[in-house]
Write a protein that binds this ligand. Structure first.
Ligand code: DGL
Length: 268
């Protein structure tokens, strides 16, 4: 059985690459729902439905034992609901893991008391980062800012126009003197150099491409009942729900080496 990595698009390929580098023997299946991208401004109900369909497909058609929701928007809008009811009833022996709690644990481990978050509107409005942070340490303050223009700019070749937009989005977080900044969207790894430059050297960037692989390795170590079921041939498959020449090129650059995208469809 395999590990599935799900994202609304291709941004999560940077996380898949980091997982593959950290755990090279494990078989991975990446699924990017490029047909329905972006998730960031969709209703919570729609994100839940799309995420549930994708996870079902990864379980049923791709033989995944564990699915990681690399997508923050899917983690924020769907993870808890999937875990609490549907998963327990339908696939009690499989697991769906999100990125929010491991990201917060990393931020807290840094010892900071003012943490910034940039994410899609959907993720920020869900309040999931605040809720989870409050459960772990209610004394830490989270300053969250929705940055809805970033995904469309990255997706549409607008990186050269992104600087003033980023400066505008990041100004309130700089004013609030956050000590670290969570890049709470898979796409934002692409902007980390520019964000670092604007925030200044004193602000630590928290990138999920760095956090997810060791967090997954730790989970597998603590859960041999899942780990033992995983196949280890070092194979990575790349699946998308819509395929264009642009996606094929972006996939290679996001994965950092040739990523042969296959078009899939599922109607579950
Ligand atoms: N991949 C999504 C995330 O990590 C953002 C992109 C989208 O809006 O679909 O939140």
């Amino acid at each position: 059985m395999k590990i599935g990595v799900f994202d609304s698009g291709l941004g999560g390929l940077m996380i898949a690459r980091a997982i593959h580098d950290h755990l090279p023997d494990y078989d991975l299946v990446y699924l990017g729902d490029t047909l329905h991208l972006p998730y960031g401004r969709r209703s919570k109900e729609t994100v839940y439905r799309l995420t549930k369909q994708a996870v079902t497909y990864l379980f049923e058609a791709q033989n995944c034992q564990i699915v990681i929701l690399a997508c923050n928007t899917a983690s924020a809008s769907a993870l808890r609901r999937l875990q609490q009811t549907w998963l327990a009833e339908t696939y009690p022996d499989r697991r769906v893991l999100g990125v929010v709690v491991p990201t917060l644990e990393k931020a807290i481990a840094l010892g900071h008391t003012r943490i910034g978050l940039i994410a899609t509107e959907n993720t920020v409005q869900s309040g999931v980062y605040e809720e989870e942070l409050h459960k772990i340490n209610p004394d830490i303050k989270l300053e969250a800012s929705a940055t809805p223009l970033l995904v469309p700019m990255i997706e549409n070749g607008g990186l050269k126009y992104v600087r003033p937009v980023l400066e505008d989005y990041l100004a309130p977080l700089k004013d609030k003197k956050v000590e670290s900044l969570i890049l709470g969207c898979t796409h934002y790894c692409r902007l980390s150099e520019e964000i670092k430059d604007i925030m200044g050297a004193g602000v630590e960037l928290i990138s999920q491409a760095e956090i997810t692989p060791p967090s997954l390795a730790d989970y597998l170590h603590r859960h041999p009942e899942h780990n033992d079921k995983l196949s280890k041939r070092g194979q990575v498959d790349f699946l998308v729900t819509d395929l264009t020449d642009g996606y094929a090129q972006s996939a290679n650059s996001a994965f950092g080496r040739p990523a042969d995208l296959q078009l899939v469809s599922y109607n579950i």
